[in-house]
Design a protein around this ligand. Structure first.
Ligand SMILES: *[C@@H]1O[C@H](CO)[C@@H](O)[C@H](O)[C@H]1NC(C)=O
Ligand SMILES: *[C@@H]1O[C@H](CO)[C@@H](O)[C@H](O)[C@H]1NC(C)=O
Length: 339
């Protein structure tokens, strides 16, 4: 339950702080600024339950905007949906901490994959377990991962093609999918690809709360870092790691002065799914292999390997890749991003 009084007090406090200097407000505040904070005070979203049975997989068909929801226990019904083609590649996207599938992140990702058109689009809706205390949510990833892998094993046994499976996660969703992939591999199904969009940092590097996603989870693991050392992992943790604009806050287009856990403060972390979505929809993000962003900027890596951030990467590549982006959509700069 929400402790309304605390939230009201906190909000007043912040609004007073934010409005004190009318001419030069130090903290930007919008209508949605405090949504993430409010969600940390709610233990479960409205209409949901903390039961593992209430984890949902939503299927978005590529020719209509609505989705069909399947409880993971009943997931095999998905196979009788005519718009789900088990022979096509399938993307399974997992949102992050305190996120809902009606949030911008998920809507942006779904829109991009529908534009791409090549994939069955599955959204792992684990928001029933992703609210409340970050520590508790992160500690409890494993039982959820086991339930999700049970569901996927059923699909794989009944005809889903494992070769076309691509896991894409954001923040805590990366570590959740890492755990799912690890479980699947112990049961004979090696996930070909896991993409991490700014994998969650607190409690994972070092691994205090749960095991972080790693290159051993899938045949190919690629990571996109946008808030390294903040909400996102500060170190390389894939076969390939992309570091757009250095991979740390503040990303271009994000506000410099923000309050912790407001949507403005999460901006750099959220840029990871913005970049990925654009790449899925067809924009080009080229990264250049280099030892550091500093060396990259100083032009010390002019003849090194290039990698394309996005679904069509060459999976034989290894290492750290750097690029610059624009400060607003379209973020992609193509070859100009590695000048
Ligand atoms: C979408 O495609 C499926 C299968 O191809 C078809 O059965 C369904 O009617 C289509 N829906 C729309 C809204 O076009
Ligand atoms: C994977 O899932 C199975 C089946 O539910 C479970 O028994 C097993 O402990 C899990 N393995 C790991 C490594 O999590």
């Amino acid at each position: 339950m929400v402790d309304t009084r605390n939230i009201v007090l906190f909000t007043c406090f912040v609004l007073i702080l934010g409005c004190k200097g009318q001419r030069d407000p130090s903290f930007p505040i919008s209508k949605s600024s405090f949504r993430p904070i409010l969600r940390t005070a709610i233990s479960v979203p409205k209409g949901r339950s903390v039961s593992l049975d209430d984890i949902i997989i939503r299927h978005f068909s590529s020719n209509s905007s609505d989705s069909t929801a399947y409880r993971i226990k009943a997931i095999t019904r998905l196979l009788s949906d005519p718009s789900f083609d088990p022979r096509r590649p399938t993307v399974l996207y997992a949102h992050g901490y305190i996120e809902l599938t009606e949030d911008d992140s998920v809507l942006t990702i779904v829109k991009a994959y529908r534009q791409n058109g090549r994939y069955n689009i599955l959204i792992l809706d684990w928001s029933n377990l992703a609210f409340g205390s970050y520590v508790l949510v992160a500690l409890d990833l494993k039982p959820a991962a086991v339930e999700i892998s049970n569901a996927l094993v059923k699909l794989l046994k009944e005809g889903l093609n494992v070769k076309g499976l691509h896991f894409v996660g954001h923040s805590l969703g990366v570590h959740l999918l890492g755990a799912v992939a690890r479980n699947l591999s112990t049961r004979g199904y090696v996930v070909p690809r896991l993409t991490g969009l700014d994998a969650a940092y607190p409690g994972f590097y070092p691994p205090i709360l749960s095991t972080p996603a790693s290159p051993s989870d899938a045949s190919f693991v690629d990571m996109v870092h946008t808030d390294g050392g903040g909400y996102g992992a500060p170190q390389s943790c894939g076969h390939v790691d992309f570091w757009p604009n250095g991979g740390t806050a503040k990303q271009p287009g994000c506000l410099p002065a923000t309050l912790l856990l407001t949507s403005e403060d999460l901006c750099s972390h959220w840029w990871s799914w913005e970049f990925w979505s654009e790449a899925v929809a067809g924009e080009q993000f080229l990264g250049r292999k280099c030892q550091s962003y500093d060396s990259f900027l100083r032009g010390q890596c002019t003849n090194t390997q290039l990698a394309t951030l996005g679904p069509s990467i060459d999976v034989r590549l290894r290492g750290n890749f750097y690029l610059r982006t624009a400060a607003q959509r379209p973020y992609s700069l193509g070859v100009r991003g590695i000048d």
